[in-house]
Design a protein. Sequence first.
Length: 137
Amino acid sequence: MYIFDFKKRVRYAETDKMGYLYYGNYPKYYEIGRVELIRSLGISYKDFEDVHKVMLPVVSMDIRYKLPAYYDEHLTIRSRVEQMPTKLISFDFEILNEELKTINTANVKLFFIDMTTNKRISAPELLVAPLKPYFEI
C-alpha cells in the first residue's frame, strides 16, 4: 500500500453561504491528492499526459460526507493506493480536519488511455515501477 498526505487550506471561494466547504468541491480535493501522490513517486501528471501520452479518465467515484469542513480550516488530504494498478487504478481518500478527525472519505477509480490510439491500456511501467516496493512482501 502507498499513502501520501497533502495539506490544503479551505479557501473562501470554495465555501457555500454557511462557510462550509461546498460539497461539489470535494472531487477537486481528490484530484489534488491524486496528482500530489503521483508527484511524490517522481512522476509529473503533466508529463504523464504530455510526454508519455497517457490519460486517466474517472470511471467511478463513491463519496461519504461525515462532517463539514470550514472556511480557512487546514485539511489533510490522505491518498492511498491499496492495490497495484492493472487496467484500473483505485485511489482511496480520507480528508481529515485540524483535529485529525475524518470528515470525508471517497474511492475514485480511473483507467489508463493511450492518447495516441484512444484505447485502454494497462498501467504504464513509469507508474508501476515506483509503486512495486510498496506492494512487495
